[in-house]
Design a protein around this ligand. Structure first.
Ligand code: PGA
Length: 257
C-alpha cells in the first residue's frame, strides 16, 4: 500500500517590527529567489503593514505569498489604528497570523479575540496561521498539551471544516521564541502529535492529517532540517532567522522533501 502523502511543507517568515522599506524590498527579492529554487515548499512572508504593497510588488507573479502580522476582527468603521481583512486583500495579502504569542502575551489578546480574528479572516478568504504554545512555567508544570488544546479549541470555535484548507497551525512554545532556545525535535514532535489528535477530535482524522502544523521558536539554518524531519512537523514559522536572507533560504531548502 502506498504511504499516505504528507502535506506540502510551509515556511513562514515573520519579520515582526523590523526592516525598512529598502531592506524589506531586498529581503523580499532574496526570499523570492530562494523559493524559486525550492519548488515543493510553500513560502509566505509577513512584513510590517506599511511595506505590504512594496513587498507585494516584488513578490508578484512568483511563488512567495504575502501575509500580514495581524488583522482587525471588525469589518470597518471608527477603530483608530486597526486594519481590516478587506484592506489586507486590497493590498494583495492572502495570509494573516492570529494568536502570535507576542500579541497574546505582550499586547494582551484573549482566546476570544484570536478566534474572532481567525473567523473574520477565513470568512474574507484570507488564510490563517493560528499560533499556539505554552509559556515556560506551563511547560515546567507539565501543562504543554493542555495549553495547546485550550488555545486550539478556543481559536477554532465556530470554524467549519470547509474552511480548514485555508488554515495552518503554528506550535510556538513561548520560551523558545527569540530566545535561542529551541524545542528538541522530540519535544516538538510530541506537541505536534497531540495537536493533531485534538484536531482529529474536533474535526476528523482525515481533516487533522491534512492540516499543516508548523514549528516556531528559534528555528535556524542549523536546526531546521532535524525539526522539519519529524513526522508531524510540516514546516516552520521563522522570526529572527527570516531577516537573514541566506539563513532563511537554507531553512526553506531544508523543508523540501
Ligand atoms: P524566532 O520567532 O524565530 O525569532 O524565535 C518565531 C516567531 O515568533 O514566529
Amino acid at each position: 500500500m502506498p504511504l499516505p502523502q504528507r502535506p506540502i511543507p510551509i515556511v513562514g517568515g515573520n519579520w515582526k517590527m523590523n526592516t525598512t522599506r529598502a531592506t524589506g524590498s531586498d529581503l523580499a527579492r532574496a526570499v523570492r529567489a530562494s523559493a524559486e529554487a525550492a519548488p515543493g515548499v510553500e513560502v509566505v512572508v509577513f512584513p510590517p503593514f506599511p511595506y505590504l504593497m512594496s513587498v507585494g510588488e516584488i513578490l508578484k507573479g512568483g511563488p512567495v505569498a504575502l501575509g500580514a502580522q495581524d488583522v482587525s476582527e471588525r469589518a470597518d468603521g471608527a477603530f483608530t489604528g486597526e486594519v481590516s481583512c478587506a484592506m489586507l486583500r486590497d493590498c494583495g495579502a492572502s495570509w494573516v497570523l492570529a494568536g502570535h504569542s507576542e500579541r497574546r502575551h505582550v499586547i494582551g489578546e484573549s482566546d476570544a479575540l484570536v478566534n474572532a480574528k481567525t473567523r473574520a479572516a477565513l470568512a474574507a478568504g484570507i488564510s490563517v496561521i493560528l499560533c499556539v504554545g505554552e509559556k515556560l512555567e506551563q511547560r515546567e508544570a507539565g501543562q504543554t498539551n493542555v495549553v495547546n488544546e485550550t488555545q486550539i479549541r478556543a481559536g477554532l470555535a465556530g470554524v467549519e471544516p470547509n474552511a480548514l484548507s485555508c488554515l495552518v497551525i503554528a506550535y510556538e512554545p513561548v520560551w523558545a521564541i527569540g530566545t535561542g532556545r529551541t524545542a528538541s525535535p522530540a519535544d516538538a514532535q510530541a506537541a505536534h502529535a497531540h495537536i493533531r489528535k485534538v484536531l482529529a477530535s474536533i474535526y476528523s482524522p482525515d481533516h487533522a492529517s491534512a492540516i499543516r502544523i508548523q514549528y516556531g521558536g528559534s528555528v535556524t539554518s542549523s536546526n531546521a532540517a532535524e525539526l522539519f524531519a519529524q513526522p508531524d512537523v510540516n514546516g516552520g514559522l521563522i522570526g529572527g532567522a527570516s531577516l537573514k536572507p541566506v539563513d532563511f533560504g537554507q531553512i526553506i531548502a531544508s523543508a523540501k522533501r
